[in-house]
Each structure stands twice: as C-alpha cells, then as structure tokens.
Design a protein around this ligand. Structure first.
Ligand SMILES: *Cc1c(COP(=O)(O)O)cnc(C)c1O
Length: 455
C-alpha cells in the first residue's frame, strides 16, 4: 500500500547483498563476479542520479530488473554461437570458416595436454614446430616447401620484409587494393621498407609492363588477388608464363593469392595456388580460414630457399602460430588429402548440400505458411574469395506483421542469434549457410517466434 503521505525510502540494497540474489547468479557464471559487481555499482549509481529516485526514492524502482537489463546487454558482447542465415559461407563478421567438428575433436587431446610441438620424438632433440605441414602442403598444392604464420596479412608482410626490404617491388595499378579494415597494399609496402614501383593501369597490365620496370634494385614482383571486388569488361591480366620465362634471376615472383583456392574447378575466373606455383611463382601466400576451411592462419608456399630465409627472419618469432593452429591445419589437410568430407572447406560442404537445402526450404515454407515463402537466392563463398561467383541456393522470405528491420533485430536477440538480412525491405533467411548442427535450434527458435503471430 502506498499513499502520498508515505515517506520515500532512499536506501538501496548493498552490493554484497545483491550479489547473493538468485536472479543474478546466472550472470556471475556467465560474466564473472567482478564484471557483475561493476554492473551492479553502475546500475545503483544511475538509479541514485535519476529524477525518479530523487523525487520518490526506491518506490516503483525494480533494482534487480535494472541490473538484469544491464547484465543482458553486457552478455551480448560475449563471444557466442550464432546461426548464419546470410548466405555468405565464409563471413568475416561471423568468424570466417567454422572448423569441422571432427577436426576439432581430433586435436582436442593434443591441445588440452602436452604435445611434441618442438620435440623430435625420433631422437629426443629439439625440433621444428611445423610437423608434417610442409609435406602435406606439398602433396596438396605442389609446393616445394611451406611456412605457417598467424594470418595472411602477416604472410605478406613477412615475405616483403624478408625478401625485399630496402629494394623495389613492382605492383600492378590494378592490384593496389585495400583488403578489409585498413590493410592497404601500398601502405604495407611502405611499412616493409620497400619502394613501390607501379606499373600498368587499373584494367590492363601486361607481362611486358612488369619486365620494363625491372632494375638491378628490383627484389620482387608482387601480384595481389583482387579480394572483394572484380573488374569486368575490357581487362587484361599479364601472361604469367611469359613473365616467368623472362624474369631475371634476382627478381622473385610473389603472389598474394588470398582466398586459398586450390582447385580450378571451383571457380571460372580465379587462379588457384597450384596454378601460380605451376606457372613458376616463387612464393604464393593465402589465408587458412577462407576456402581451405581451417583456423586463422597465413600460409606461404613455394621455393625452399626463400621459405628457409623467411623462417630464419627475426620477426618470424612474432608471427609464428601456436599448436592449436598447427594441429588443426595438420588434421584438416590429412582429411582433405584422404578426400574425407570433414577435409572440405565450409563453402564446399555447403554448396554440396544445396539439394538437401532445397528440400528443407520447401518443407519449412510449407510448415510456416503464410508467414514464410520459399525463395531461390544467391549464396556467396565470401571472405573476399571469388568475388564474382554466385551460387544458387534456397531460403525463406519471412513476412510477419510489423517492420522487417525489427524482426531482423529480434532474431538477432534470440538465445542463439539468427543472422538474416534484408532485401528490399523483406526479411530473408538463407538456409544454405546454416550448419548441420544448427538446424534443429534454428527451426525450434523460429517456430516459436512465428507461432507468436498465429493468434
Ligand atoms: C583475405 C586476404 C588477405 C588478408 O588475409 P588475412 O588472413 O585476413 O590476414 C590478404 N590478401 C588477400 C588477397 C586476401 O584475400
């Protein structure tokens, strides 16, 4: 009972007392006690400073609810699983390539215990940390030798500082690209202490353009795959065979292939790692977590002498990955070479499953009518890989009362967030990028969500 004459109460609960509250225990588990303590203090402070509190004290203020709201907000910042319904298989915002569960399990004991990372078991001496990787990469793409670093950006940087510092590096004007947040080829060259020599034009660069630019101070030609975009129409790429044939001995051909495409049949207009190596590129570098489907890593593959030079570089210590990355790559490549399903990259696995996806999409469209409509959609490999390739895929257009944007936001708010997208003000979920292990929870959550409109 409250009356106007009741004296307002200005006493808020103690922090210690609140930490014991049943409703907050779950947040302590998920955020840690110090973070929850901090959130409690901030919430109490905000309440004290509010007009409502100043006027009528704790009356009408739900302290616990206010703390819970702040905890929930903080919890969204924690890393967690999400369901990818974007149709982009390798999505940088969503962690790029998911590792196949078989591979994750394969290396779990090794990573949760001790391992022979730098110990040669055959003689008990200190060894190399690369294990079988150079040999597996050789079998996979035909590289003489290989080196692993933390990501492809590091691979490009290490290659430049290791082989071309203080010298000239020739780059086509059509390949002076920015890859993702702030990784610009001209800047990286400058920071590596190389002099950038630009040749050709945005759309056309020939082998002769490169050859004409070579001086005695040239260390390398750097070719960069055009991630995220493609130039179409009147274009010409250099004849790499002609270039290699005429390349002086002191100039290395370096290729930032980027995507890790290893099989030509996958794409009509992108060259694979093997293509460049066969054509005579000295080193080719690419990401481990794009088409390959492994952990974040950069792989430099090619000439043994150059790889050895890079491996000995003092900065290698700053770029070398740990056993988690190395063991995952090793397991993945063995499965890939043995043609096992788990050895395929995520994009390949999802594209293989398109017929099942179609069947599933038809089923769900039926189940959720009139709120869902079957749609033929375009899926992308993503991650800057194969920018012009699109794959036919299937999904649903969700037509629910209210604004599409608000539904998009609310799906992101679910216990296992569903990441869809808008297309011309329609909410779309592309089913082709939903992983096998996410299907049940996707259906369960969306079913519940859609049913709430069936009243
Ligand atoms: C993706 C990409 C990079 C950056 O690779 P990370 O592994 O993200 O560091 C560099 N160059 C090209 C051509 C790429 O496609």
């Amino acid at each position: 009972m409250t009356t106007d004459s009741a004296k307002p109460c200005y006493r808020l609960p103690q922090v210690e007392q609140l930490l014991q509250h049943q409703a907050l225990v779950v947040y302590i588990e998920q955020l840690s006690r110090p973070l929850v303590t901090q959130l409690i203090r901030q919430t109490l402070q905000a309440i004290r400073e509010s007009q409502a509190f100043k006027q009528s004290g704790t009356h009408g203020i739900d302290v616990i609810a206010a703390i819970e709201k702040n905890c929930q907000h903080r919890l969204k910042q924690r890393q967690r699983s999400v369901i990818n319904a974007t149709g982009i298989a390798i999505h940088t915002n969503l962690g790029r390539s998911p590792i196949h569960p078989d591979i994750w399990q394969d290396v779990s004991p090794l990573n949760t215990g001790y391992c022979n990372l730098e110990l040669t078991l055959n003689d008990g001496k200190r060894g190399q940390r690369n294990g079988l990787l150079p040999d597996l990469i050789q079998s996979w793409v035909g590289a003489e030798d290989a080196l692993i670093v933390n990501n492809n950006a590091a691979a490009v940087y290490l290659t430049l500082i290791g082989l071309a510092q203080g010298k000239e590096v020739i780059v086509s004007r059509g390949e002076q690209v920015q890859i993702g947040g702030g990784f610009r080829i001209p800047d990286i060259l400058k920071m590596s202490g190389c002099t950038l020599v630009e040749v050709g034009t945005t759309n056309i660069t020939t082998a002769q353009d490169y050859l004409d630019a070579i001086t005695e101070n040239t260390a390398a030609i750097l070719m960069v795959h055009q991630s995220n975009f493609s130039i179409q129409g009147f274009t010409e790429a250099p004849d790499i065979h002609q270039l290699v044939k005429n390349l002086p001995y002191h100039v290395s051909l370096l290729v930032d292939q980027g995507s890790g495409l290893s099989d030509e049949s996958y794409s009509s207009d992108e060259h694979s790692i093997r293509y460049y190596l066969n054509a005579g590129a000295d080193l080719v570098c690419f990401s481990g977590d794009k088409i390959l489907g492994g952990p974040q890593a950069g792989i430099v593959a090619g000439n043994t002498h150059l790889i050895k030079t890079l491996a000995k570089h003092p900065m290698m210590r700053a770029f070398r990955p740990g056993r988690i990355v190395l063991s995952l790559l090793e397991s993945l490549l063995i499965k890939k070479l043995n043609k096992q399903h788990s050895g395929k990259g995520v994009a390949e696995r999802l594209i293989d499953a398109i017929p099942e996806t179609q069947f599933w999409a038809e089923q769900l469209a039926q189940q959720w009518q009139p709120f869902a409509r079957l749609e033929q959609l375009e899926a992308q490999v993503g991650g800057g890989s194969l920018p012009s390739e699109r794959y036919l895929s299937y999904g649903l257009a969700l037509q629910l009362p209210g604004k599409a944007q608000s539904h998009l936001d609310r799906l992101r708010d679910l216990p296992t967030p569903i990441i869809g997208y808008l297309n011309k003000d329609r909410l779309m979920v592309n089913l082709s990028t939903i992983l096998e292990q996410d299907k049940a929870i996707f259906v369960q959550q969306l079913d519940h969500y859609i049913r709430s409109f069936q009243a």
